[in-house]
Ligand binder design. Structure first.
Ligand code: HXC
Length: 259
């Protein structure tokens, strides 16, 4: 299906797909069409055996400046419930393959929430993050009150969400929201390189490791540890585990096949 606001490049690096938000004049404001295109593209890439890792990016000026305020402004509460129930945000979180957000410029509101649905955030050093919804008379309603709090802790999340102030890539990195800050002109290359490194790892192990880490946010510790133990044991049924350990013993590079 043709897409207006999302551009997909398969094999941007071996086994890596690049998904670019492409509504530059509006700073990639996330309207319904863009979000649906993004959801469809991500689900298709999740099914594609030639893809092992995905990078989502915007452009140098903005990852995304939030949900589209102009589209939302006149909605009623009931319409907003349906709008959110379109399920896009939940569907994005269900992507099983690793997703890296390559962030430059503004990463605000729903844009910050989108980055937080990704597994890893790589940020250009001048990137600006924020949950400024409070200034519009609303709150971060696409996961921000929960995911930002998990990432940076209650006191900082309250500070950021109740004031709506922007915060820097350096703050985001210090607080654990961002994993790497890189020079402005290299953020996309670094994110693609990171995705390529992950894509070279055995994909079943990557998938179960992602599931296990995410369980840390959903499950009590005992259940999370049980899931980890089962997933770790399950990997001993894969060809890639046999190959990975054999290659170590034989002092050669492993050749992973994804089974
Ligand atoms: C719609 C947006 C937009 C947005 C920017 N634009 N952000 N349109 N929704 N979120 C549009 C502007 O209207 C303008 O279009 C163009 O993009 C360029 O933006 P400017 O404001 O002219 O640029 P600048 O002066 O550089 O300011 C950049 C900015 C500012 C600081 C990022 O645009 C801004 O504050 N944007 C809104 C940020 C925000 O509040 N995000 C949270 C949204 S609510 P025109 O045509 O006018 O020139 C949200 C809720 C999620 O995300 C939960 C949903 C359930």
């Amino acid at each position: 299906m043709p897409m207006d606001f999302v551009k997909v490049t398969k094999a941007a690096k071996p086994y890596v797909a690049l998904v670019e938000l492409n509504r530059p004049k509006e700073l990639n404001a996330l309207n319904s069409q863009l979000l649906h295109e993004l959801r469809n593209a991500m689900q298709e890439l999740d099914r594609d055996e030639a893809v092992r890792a995905i990078v989502i990016t915007g452009n140098a000026r903005a990852f995304a400046a939030g949900a589209d305020i102009k589209e939302m402004a006149d909605k009623t509460a009931v319409e907003m419930m349906t709008y959110k129930q379109s399920g896009v945000w939940g569907d994005l979180k269900k992507i099983a393959k690793p997703v890296v957000a390559a962030v430059s410029g503004f990463c605000l509101g729903g844009g910050c929430e989108l980055a937080m649905t990704c597994d890893i955030i790589v940020a250009a050093e001048s990137a600006q993050f924020g949950q400024p919804e409070i200034k519009l008379g609303i709150l971060p309603g696409a996961g921000g009150t929960q995911r930002l709090t998990h990432a940076v802790g209650k006191a900082r999340a309250m500070d950021l969400i109740l004031t709506g102030r922007f915060f820097s890539a350096a703050e985001a990195e210090r607080w654990g929201l961002v994993s790497r800050i890189v020079p402005d002109d290299t953020y996309l290359a670094e994110a693609l390189h990171l995705a390529e490194t992950i894509a070279q790892m055995p994909p079943v192990a990557v998938r179960l490791a992602k599931e296990s880490v995410n369980a840390a946010f959903e499950l009590p510790l005992t259940e999370g540890l049980q899931l980890e133990t089962k997933n770790a044991a399950l990997l001993f049924s894969t060809e890639d585990q046999k190959e990975g350990m054999k290659a170590f013993v034989e002092k050669r590079k492993a050749n992973f096949v994804g089974k």
